[in-house]
Ligand binder design. Sequence first.
Ligand SMILES: [Zn+2]
Length: 471
Amino acid sequence: MHASRYVSPLLCCVLLAPAMRVHAQAPPLPPAAVAAAEAIRASALSGTEAYELVRSLTVEVGPRLAGSQGDRAAVAWALTQLQDRSFANVRAQSVEVPHWERGVATVRIVEPYPQPLAAVALGGSVGTDDTGIEGAVVEVADLDELAALPPGAVRGRIVYFSKRMGRARDGAAYAATVPARTRGASEAARRGATAVLLRSVGTSASRVGHTGTTRYEPDVPPIPAFALPHADADLLEQQLAGGANVVVELHSTARMLPAARSANVIGDVPGTGEGIVVLGAHLDSWDLGTGAIDDGAGVAIVIAAANLIAKQSPRPARTVRVVLFANEEFGLSGAKAYAESLGDELAAHALGIEADFGAGRIWRMNAAVAEPALPAIDAIHAALAPLGVERGEAAARGGADLGPLRALGMPVIDLWHDGTAYFDHHHTADDTLDKIGPRDLDQPVAAYAVAAYLAASATVDFGRLPPPATP
Ligand SMILES: [Zn+2]
C-alpha cells in the first residue's frame, strides 16, 4: 500500500533531475549515506561475525533462563562483547526478574493402556505435591471449546488442549494457537479442572515439547500445566478415540523461587547529532535448549550490525543503541524497565528495530512511521531490495521487547525473518547452535545494519505514533 501510494521521490529526482533543477527537492536520505549503506550491505554479505557471536553465547553461556546462573553469565558475556567492540557507554541496567525452576515432570497414562508420555512443564507452572495428580482427561481443541462445555464437565478432571499449530513463513499460526498455552490453565481451573495438558504450540517433528509462559489469573487457584510433543499428543488422542475414559497421572517439582536480579545490557554507537535508533534483542532464553535461535541469533545480529555501523563513514547523526533486554520470555521485565527508566530521553527515541524471530533470511519490511517520513522509508526499502526484501503493506508492530516503547509512540521498522522452520525448534530442547549455518546470519545482519544506518542517517523526523490497536 505504501509503495503504490508513494511514487518513490528518490527515483523521481534521479530521473527528472536534468529537467527540473529549479524544483529539485532534497532527497529523503543523504546521498553519502545511501552509498555508505551499499558498502555496509556488501561487507555483511561477504561475511560477518554474527555466527561467532551466537556460537560463543550458546557454547560459553548456554541456557539463560531469567534469574538463573546462566542469566547472570549472559549479562557478563554481553558486557564483555560490547566493551570489546566499538561501543560507547556500555552499561548494565539492573532489572528485577521472576525466577522459576522447572524441576522434573513425569506424565503417565494409567488407563486404559498404561505408558509414559514425554512432557515439559510450561514456564511458570506450579508443581504438584508428592502424591501427584490423577484424573480423567477431557479433550477440547481450544479455549472456545472449553468455554462451550456444559457446567461441571471438567470438574476434578485434566483438560487437554488439542489444537495443532500450522507452518507459515510469517509465523501467523502462533498467535492463533498460543492463547491455550498462556490462558488455558486459569480458564480450566476456573471450571474446576485439576491440571492442563497441551499439544505443543510449535511445529517440531521431534519428540520434544515446546515450553513457553503460562499465566495465572489471580482469582483462580494455579494448576499445573504441561506441553506434550506432537507424537505424545497423537498417542493420547489415539487412546481417547471413541470417547474412551483415559486417566493420566502427573508429577512435577516445578516451583517459583524469590525474585532475582538480571540486567538489560546497553551499548551505543554515538551519532554526530541528536536522537536514537534502537536495535533490540533479548538476552534471556528458555532453559531446555541453548537459546540459539531464540534469541541468540537476534543478539548476534544486532551486535554485529551495530558494530558494522560503528566502522562506517560517515557516522550517522543519530546514535544507534543496542539494547539486549532481560527476561523477554517470562514477562518482558527488561523491556518494561527500559521504557520506564527513560523519562525525558523517551522523546529522543526516533525509531526501533527488533531481532527476535530466529536466523532465517529477511524477506519483508514493514514500517510504522508518521506519514511525512514515508519517502525515507521507501528509500530505506530501496537499499534493502537487493537483499530480496519485499515491501510489506501492513503497518509494523514492533517485537515484544519494543512493545512498551511502541505503545509510548516510538516508530518501528519490522524486518521479517523467514519463519517457516522457526517454530520447529522454538522453546524446545532442540534450540541449539546446529540449527544455524555459519553464513545464515550474514543476510539478516546486512538488512538490520542497512536499515538502522539509514534510519539513523535520515534527516526526517519519523514522528510519534498513536497507541496500537489491541488485537
Ligand atoms: Zn524470543
